[in-house]
Design a protein around this ligand. Sequence first.
Ligand SMILES: *[C@@H]1O[C@H](CO)[C@@H](O)[C@H](O)[C@H]1NC(C)=O
Ligand SMILES: *[C@@H]1O[C@H](CO)[C@@H](O)[C@H](O)[C@H]1NC(C)=O
Ligand SMILES: *[C@@H]1O[C@H](CO)[C@@H](O)[C@H](O)[C@H]1NC(C)=O
Ligand SMILES: *[C@@H]1O[C@H](CO)[C@@H](O)[C@H](O)[C@H]1NC(C)=O
Ligand SMILES: *[C@@H]1O[C@H](CO)[C@@H](O)[C@H](O)[C@H]1NC(C)=O
Length: 340
Amino acid sequence: MFSSCYKMKPSVVSTLSFSLFFLSQFLLSLSERCNPDDKKALLEIKRGLGNPYDLITWDPKTDCCTDWVKATLSCDEKTNRVTVLNLFQINSPGHLSPAVGDLSYLQTLDINNVRNLSGPIPPTIAKLLKLTFLRISQTNISGPVPEFLTHLKNITYINLSYNNLVGTIPPSLSQLPNLEFLRLDRNKVTGTIPESLSNLAPKLTYLYLGHNQLTGIVPNSFAGWSFDTIDLSRNMLEGDISFLFGKDKTTFEMLLDHNKFNFDFSKLTFGNRLARLDLNHNKIYGSLPTILTKQSWQLFNVSYNSLCGKIPQGGSMQRFDQYSYFHNKCLCDAPLPPCK
Ligand SMILES: *[C@@H]1O[C@H](CO)[C@@H](O)[C@H](O)[C@H]1NC(C)=O
Ligand SMILES: *[C@@H]1O[C@H](CO)[C@@H](O)[C@H](O)[C@H]1NC(C)=O
Ligand SMILES: *[C@@H]1O[C@H](CO)[C@@H](O)[C@H](O)[C@H]1NC(C)=O
Ligand SMILES: *[C@@H]1O[C@H](CO)[C@@H](O)[C@H](O)[C@H]1NC(C)=O
Ligand SMILES: *[C@@H]1O[C@H](CO)[C@@H](O)[C@H](O)[C@H]1NC(C)=O
């Protein structure tokens, strides 16, 4: 062992360790992992956010890859470039700096619950060609749903829910070949659903457009598409959407409530996987077919429509209380009162 080979006087040891301390500090500054361009962009982002206390560790004198709070960013082990930026629950008022577009190695941009973040989504985000995950959610971000997202060809996940986005859905979003997940719900988006969106099928299976101000019909091009979840709830959509249903569909969840959909329910058929169906507050007519008893419903709500006739008995149809069926033209039998 070294300790038995080298026996030094205490004074020599302390001088040596003193010099070693400075040497190591010097080497550390030379070996800082953080890329200077990344550090510059990150400090700009911090400034845009109003230098919040939550980012107190973002100190220009320390290494962003090793010293800044791990929950907010991470660097690639090999390249030392910032690949993940994660900002959440920051309260200071601010905006998202265009410098975010200079984090050229970014793969994940996740901004969630930054309530006082205002202004538009900076167009420089279009430069982040390695981006696969984009969430800007629960902020005060406004302006249009960005057309420039169409440049992010590797993106698989976009979640822009719970903001103040306005304008229409850019048809060019359909040109994202790897997109699996799109959430634009709970904004102030207007206009019609672009027909081209169905080009995202079959890869995209999570589509959330609910709680906006969308009008018009659901494009017929959606007929061949199955979803894990489709959420069109609380818009002003209208027309016949029976083509979203069918035996061949693998859709699991359909949230279509609070619109003006108008079609005959008695003619529908259902895919095996369909377990969650919310159609309350529409203009649906006809009766409830007995094949409904074959599905394992976790959610079934047809209240506030114009349905008529006997509620099929059996299966999971009576798992729900009267509030899933009430306010129709003349539905009857359990859980509603018996038919006359
Ligand atoms: C937003 O900013 C206002 C004033 O600057 C502040 O009072 C409020 O607490 C902030 N909101 C949140 C959710 O942090
Ligand atoms: C939200 O943004 C609007 C401008 O789009 C601004 O007037 C308002 O003060 C912002 N609110 C908060 C809480 O930041
Ligand atoms: C996009 O993804 C592919 C496959 O993973 C990869 O080869 C390519 O380098 C990525 N493009 C960019 C710009 O990162
Ligand atoms: C999208 O963002 C919202 C709000 O932050 C969050 O509740 C939701 O879970 C996200 N969606 C998914 C499935 O990641
Ligand atoms: C069904 O919708 C009605 C009307 O919005 C609502 O009152 C009721 O709670 C819902 N029931 C279930 C089980 O979701």
